[in-house]
Every structure is written in structure tokens, then in C-alpha cells.
Design a protein around this ligand. Structure first.
Ligand code: HEC
Ligand code: HEC
Length: 510
């Protein structure tokens, strides 16, 4: 009986009877009814967990570095150093801070030209108050657990997508090589391959005046020479103690030309990020056998999450599957498109199509992980939705929710835009672009290629789903002392006097 397949509504009453019999309660009294409902819900969830084989250790079989290892320690210094940006004003951490969920708490990032480069979150602005980076900054937490691809459009992609490998097994394609083609310089895993690109982006780190018009290789070589204090980069940093930091990390006495290459920079940064594994959530505790780890609402929410829309669930697991809560594939879900867009004109963004050139891939984005999702707002590829509640309303009724978003000028309620003058007319094509994506979703649903099922969740069910999503957060990520090992120290992690000590707009250290 315990191996029975999915529990349907018709079987439910039988379970109610069974559970009540086991508990020796006759029913009828309110309190007993409630206990009974809870027991039924837990039994149903446990059956789902068995059927979908959810009780797995998300890091099993992986070789992961510890933050205390020498390479991640070097990587932390590099990740927080503004020396990797053309104009010495942006670090990786400027958009991916450990205390901001591994992101930047903005809808769209401000990279170069920030008025106060140390300020993060609401109040980080550049001269014209408008973000120039077209997509939301995703979390770098758990980057070691991706086996398929990185970026919203999967443009850094493992060719074989072997599970447990983080891209190490069969070659990685990148924007340097083109889709489907191995980039010989990508390095040993997806994190390493990815780390080669932010420094080449004008808006994120490179700036307009550094290595203008030069190749990605020239940009990286120049930065390595700057860090190594050799060749074209010699003397660019007034303070430079990087060589000893590299010698310690690589346990080598080689010189800067040998040791301080961009490959080694990317390796160290990748190992730092790969040490940021935060999976110890209440949900995981429940899977590990702690039956009191989840609230009643979270248990009901979990059932909705893993149940198909046809069976009155949310159908979320169609795409948010596996212990990372992502299938690693790209889908059209039609979240609003705001901001300057990704280079296709009229502030639009074609998503995965920009990588593959396939018209079918327009408006598709990689399913994000939902681990720690309560600390990674705002949501979606352009950060349009401020809350999980907004996201859940979208899944209930995409068209109405996107309509409301534009009717109510919700863009101008986002922390990033609320003080921008003329906010309502910033992106005149945004509504139309967003509806193009919704039309695409309709087309996919009509021709049967979409995994997005229309769901009918009431307010209570959405609250339950939200309780479940909140239970996917590892408490460490909200606790500064727990996160301290990943935050650069102004003295110990500052070989070039360029360390980012980030603050909020009020000057309080993050
Ligand atoms: C100006 C902000 C900014 C800076 C600086 C920046 N990033 Fe990012 N990062 C982003 C954005 C935006 C994306 C998503 C871009 C996309 O998908 O098109 C991203 C994506 C990523 C991802 C992929 C995560 C995933 O799940 O797909 C990783 C890893 C990452 N960045 C690491 C880094 C590293 C390492 C550096 C420094 C070398 C860095 N970032 C610098 C904004 C930034
Ligand atoms: C068809 C596949 C699919 C289904 C089904 C689906 N999602 Fe998503 N989900 C996505 C994609 C793709 C995105 C990114 C959309 C974007 O960036 O525009 C996303 C984004 C999200 C986000 C925002 C995460 C972030 O970091 O920005 C949350 C939260 C979320 N989904 C929860 C859910 C829940 C809850 C359900 C079930 C009610 C669900 N999803 C069903 C594919 C799916």
C-alpha cells in the first residue's frame, strides 16, 4: 500500500479513514479533524516524495571545494576586487553579493559608472538613474550544482550535460565558440567558463574606454597583466600584492607571467563560487526525515508544487524539477519584459533565440533554480516581479497579471525605478513586447509544445505555495555570521586596495 502510485482525490477518503483509524480518533471534533487533515497531507506528500524519488542529497557524488581551501580564498579576493573592471569601479561582487542572495537585489544591474560604486541594492544608480545591463543578476549560490548551462539563455552550456559533473565531462560551448561548439579555453567546469565573460561586457565591467574594440582575449590578457603587474598592465595598480596571493593559492613559487594568467583567475573565481553551496533548507531537512521541518502550509504547498494542473495542482515540477528545482531547459513563461532589452531593438529581448538563432526559441529562458528563492527578489529575467506573490499570480493567469503590471505602472513601484522621473514612459514598448511573449506562450500551448499548464489556484493555495517556496531557503544565507567566510575582509582580502566593501544606501556594511 505504501508503494501505491499517486494518491488521487477518490483515494483520499480512504486515507482519511485509515489515518484516523491508526490514530484511534473517531473524528467529528474540530481539533481531531485538523490533526487528521495534517496527517493526510503529510502522507500524501510522503507518497509524492517516494514516487518522484525526491529524497536525494543534492550534493551527493560531487567534488566541491571548501571556502577554507587555498583556491577559493584567492577566488574570494578576486571576486571582490574592482581591479577586474576596466575603470576600477566594478567587482563581480558588485552584482553578486553573499548578503544579497548572491545577486544584487535590483531588477536590473548597475555595473560601470555607479555614482557610489560601493552602494548595493536600492539606491545604486548611475548618472542617468537607468540600468544599462538588460537582464536580472541571478544568484551565484549553488553554481556548482548546475550540470546543463549558465545564464538566462544558457549561452554557456555543457555539451553532454552529464549529471553531477558541473560541465566537466564533455566540453562547454560559450559565446566565444558559438552554440554546440566546444570552447577549447572554457576551462574545467561551467563556473570557470562563465567567469571569462563579465569582464568583456562593456556595461557590466569593461567600460567604454578600456581595450576599446579589442577581442575578448585581449581584454582578458590585459586584465591578467594588470593583476600580475607585468607587460601592458605593469604599474596600473598602485598597490599590488597579488603575486604572493597566487603563490600561496597555487602552492608555487613561479613568477607572475606563469602564475597570473586569466585561466588561473577564472579557476580561482570559479572555485570560490563553487564553494557557495547552500542547500540545507527546511525542505531538505524534511526529506532527510525531520517531519516537523515544514509548516502545514508548506506541506500543502509542496503537494501543489509537485501535482499537475490536471489534478488541481500547480504543475510547477514540469520545469522546476530535480534537487536544483530546474530542468536546465529553456521555456516561454511570459514574465514581463522591462529595461533596455538585449540588443534586438525596441527594448525587447528574444532570450534563447539570440543564442541558437532558432525562431522557436524566442522568449525562452532557462528555468531558474528555486533554492534560496526567498532571498533572490526581484524575479524573472528582467526582474519585473517584486515578490513571490506576483510570480504566483502570473502562473495563475499570465495575461491578466501582465496586464495589471502595465495598467498599474508596477514598474514604477520597483525600488529601482520609484524615484526615476518620467518613469511611466521609460520603456514605451514594454507592454507590447511582453504581450508578444504571451502570444508565443499561447501558440506553444495550442500546438502542445508547452509544459506550462494553466492553473487555477485560489489565494489560500497561492499562500501555501509561497510557504513551500520560502522553505527552500538555507537559513545560513540570511545570517551574516554564517556568511562571513564568503565576504571579503578589508585587510586580509585586499592585495590591491581595490576590495569592494559594499554598503547599503545608508552606509551600513552588507
Ligand atoms: C553589472 C553586474 C554584474 C557583474 C559585475 C557581474 N555579473 Fe554575473 N551576472 C550578471 C547578470 C545580469 C547575469 C545574467 C546575464 C544573462 O543571463 O544574460 C549574470 C550571470 C552570472 C552567472 C550565471 C548564473 C546562472 O545561474 O546562470 C554567474 C555564475 C556569474 N554571473 C558570475 C559572475 C562573476 C564571476 C563575475 C565577475 C567576473 C560577475 N558575474 C560579474 C550581472 C553581473
Ligand atoms: C513551463 C515551465 C515552467 C513551469 C511549469 C513553471 N515555471 Fe517557474 N519559471 C520558469 C522559467 C523559464 C522562469 C524564468 C522566467 C523569466 O525569466 O522570464 C521561471 C521563473 C520562476 C520564478 C522566479 C525565480 C527567479 O529567480 O527569478 C519562480 C519563483 C517560479 N518560476 C516558480 C514557479 C512555480 C511556483 C510554478 C508552479 C506554479 C512554476 N514556477 C511553474 C519555468 C517554469
Amino acid at each position: 500500500m505504501l508503494n501505491s502510485t499517486h494518491i488521487t482525490k477518490s483515494k483520499m477518503w480512504w486515507w482519511v479513514f485509515l489515518v484516523s483509524a491508526l490514530q484511534g480518533c473517531g473524528g467529528g471534533e474540530g481539533e481531531n479533524d485538523q490533526t487528521m487533515t495534517q496527517a493526510v497531507a503529510q502522507t500524501e506528500l510522503d507518497s509524492i516524495i517516494r514516487n518522484l524519488n525526491l529524497a536525494v542529497d543534492p550534493i551527493a557524488g560531487r567534488t566541491l571545494p571548501s571556502i577554507n581551501d587555498p583556491l577559493p580564498q584567492l577566488g574570494k579576493k578576486l571576486f571582490f576586487s574592482k581591479s577586474l573592471s576596466g575603470d576600477l569601479d566594478v567587482a563581480c561582487a558588485s552584482c553578486h553579493h553573499p548578503m544579497l542572495g548572491g545577486g544584487d537585489a535590483l531588477s536590473l544591474p548597475i555595473g560601470i559608472n555607479a555614482v557610489q560604486p560601493q552602494v548595493m541594492g536600492a539606491g545604486r544608480v548611475d548618472g542617468d538613474d537607468l540600468p544599462d545591463v538588460p537582464r536580472n543578476s541571478p544568484t551565484v549560490f549553488n553554481v556548482a550544482l548546475w550540470d546543463t548551462s549558465l545564464f538566462w539563455d544558457s549561452r554557456v552550456e555543457s555539451l553532454g550535460k552529464e549529471s553531477g559533473q558541473n560541465g566537466a565531462a564533455s566540453g562547454i560551448s560559450t559565446p566565444d565558440s558559438g552554440v554546440g561548439v566546444v570552447d577549447a579555453n572554457a576551462g574545467g567546469n561551467l563556473a570557470m567558463a562563465q567567469a571569462r565573460f563579465p569582464v568583456t561586457s562593456v556595461e557590466e565591467m569593461k567600460d567604454t574606454t578600456f581595450e576599446t574594440g579589442e577581442t575578448n582575449t585581449s581584454i582578458r590578457d590585459h586584465l591578467a597583466a594588470r593583476i600580475g603587474d607585468v607587460g601592458e598592465g605593469a604599474g596600473e595598480l598602485a598597490t599590488n600584492d597579488w603575486l604572493s596571493a597566487f603563490q600561496t593559492a597555487f602552492n608555487s613559487s613561479a613568477n607572475a607571467n606563469t602564475l597570473i594568467t586569466f585561466d588561473n583567475i577564472a579557476l580561482a573565481i570559479a572555485e570560490y563560487q563553487r564553494s557557495m553551496v547552500f542547500v540545507n533548507s527546511p525542505w531538505q531537512n524534511y526529506l532527510d526525515g525531520n517531519t516537523s521541518a515544514l509548516s502545514d502550509d508548506a506541506i500543502e504547498g509542496a503537494i501543489l508544487f509537485f501535482t499537475s494542473a490536471a489534478e488541481n495542482g500547480g504543475g510547477c515540477v514540469n520545469c522546476h524539477s530535480g534537487s536544483l528545482f530546474s530542468d536546465g531547459q529553456q521555456h516561454t513563461v511570459g514574465f514581463p519584459q522591462i529595461g533596455p532589452g538585449q540588443g534586438v531593438g525596441n527594448d525587447d529581448d528574444f532570450g534563447r533565440e539570440l543564442v541558437t538563432g532558432e525562431r522557436d526559441d524566442r522568449y525562452r529562458y532557462r528555468t531558474p533554480s528555486l533554492l534560496n528563492v526567498s532571498v533572490t527578489a526581484p524575479y524573472g529575467h528582467s526582474g519585473a516581479y517584486a515578490s513571490l506573490n506576483d510570480v504566483l499570480r502570473h502562473y495563475n493567469n499570465p495575461r491578466n497579471t501582465v496586464d495589471d503590471f502595465f495598467d498599474d505602472d508596477e514598474l514604477c513601484d520597483l525600488a529601482q525605478f520609484e524615484n526615476v522621473s518620467g518613469c511611466t514612459s521609460l520603456y514605451p514598448d514594454a507592454r507590447q513586447n511582453s504581450f508578444r511573449a504571451l502570444n508565443k506562450l499561447d501558440d506553444e500551448q495550442d500546438d502542445g509544445t508547452s509544459l506550462f499548464q494553466n492553473v487555477g489556484l485560489n489565494g489560500n493555495e497561492r499562500n501555501q505555495l509561497e510557504a513551500f517556496l520560502n522553505a527552500l531557503t538555507d537559513p545560513c544565507v540570511t545570517n551574516r555570521s554564517c556568511m562571513l567566510p564568503w565576504i571579503a575582509d578589508e585587510v586580509a582580502d585586499n592585495p590591491d586596495d581595490q576590495v569592494l566593501i559594499a554598503t547599503d544606501i545608508n552606509g551600513v556594511n552588507l
